[in-house]
Design a protein around this ligand. Structure first.
Ligand code: ATR
Length: 276
């Protein structure tokens, strides 16, 4: 059988860690397949999508700035993509191009691995109301978290997400944070604050109860200022790298026919790359 081919596309794409992740699994499982990074300019994305099947691809990943164009350009979407409003994974099914979104899956699987029981730990406070926040809120809802509090600098964006996702979601400005944390079981940062080169995040985990879990979707650095403060306070913390690794799982399974494992060795390899 012909080599199974997949890709990740973005613009730029050179920084993507996805080829390392999928390359590791292809080797690990001895699969006759390839996974390459392809830089596609926004103007060329629609024709790139149309030519996928003819070029022999089984599917691939889509990242910035193509996630919304992919959402609009596929023939069918899964429920997660519809809820999140963006597509990060493409595959063919019965001759049709499908688009899915695995970011919420990756978020939940990361917490399942490092903080089992997280979904029944109490109300969740989500910092930020952008694309990443949508994926996190979708996952929280899917896992039955009943009280989700979105906190954002621009309250109107949080309110819009509240309307989009419906019951159980409340929207707040940054001033309300201290009060909202008092009985929370989970604090999630979805903003880019705390990423290398950006300002740090002013959220003070001190107000959280002792059983709370704190997680960040930022993974460069692995321990963000928020996670460091939470750890110093004695709280359980989960870094964002596992979300990146786990979000790759469903795509690999669809294109290459085997559900891959997020192993400590894979994690060590990507950590070395980040710290490299
Ligand atoms: P992404 O798709 O990665 O989530 P985004 O849609 O640009 O990116 O959203 C970025 C999030 O980080 C938003 O919640 C943004 O707050 P606003 O909606 O008020 O812009 C938040 N953010 C970015 N820089 C910030 C800052 N300096 N202070 C507070 N919040 C910030």
């Amino acid at each position: 059988m012909a080599e199974k081919k997949a890709f990740v596309t973005g613009h730029p794409i050179a920084h993507s860690r996805s080829p390392k992740i999928h390359g590791y699994w292809l080797k690990q499982y001895g699969i006759d397949g390839s996974y390459e990074a392809i830089d596609v300019a926004p103007d060329d994305f629609a024709s790139f999508l149309k030519a996928l099947g003819d070029n022999g691809f089984r599917g691939g990943n889509v990242t910035i700035p193509h996630k919304e164009a992919a959402f609009a350009g596929v023939a069918r979407r899964d429920d997660a993509a519809d809820a999140i409003g963006a597509v990060n994974t493409l595959w063919f099914e019965d001759g049709l191009l499908w688009g899915g979104n695995t970011d919420g899956y990756g978020f939940a699987a990361n917490l399942d691995q490092y903080a089992p029981g997280w979904a029944v730990n109490g109300p969740a406070v989500v910092l930020g109301a952008g694309g990443a926040s949508r994926a996190v809120i979708h996952a929280l809802k899917a896992r039955g978290v009943k009280d989700i509090r979105i906190v954002n600098r621009t309250v109107a964006r949080a309110e819009e997400l509240g309307r989009h996702f419906g019951a159980g979601i409340s929207a707040h400005g940054a001033d309300a944070l201290g009060e909202l944390l008092g009985d929370a079981g989970l604090l999630v940062n979805t903003t880019s604050l705390g990423m290398h080169g950006n300002e740090t995040l002013a959220a003070d985990p001190g107000a959280l109860p002792d059983h709370a879990i704190v997680t960040d979707i930022v993974y460069v650095p692995l321990e963000t200022p928020l996670l460091a403060a939470a750890r110093a306070r004695g709280l359980k913390t989960v870094d964002g790298l596992g979300m990146l690794l786990h979000q790759a799982v469903p795509g690999f399974e669809r294109w290459f026919g085997r559900k891959p494992e997020v192993t400590p060795e894979l994690r060590r390899m990507i950590v070395a790359d980040i710290e490299g």
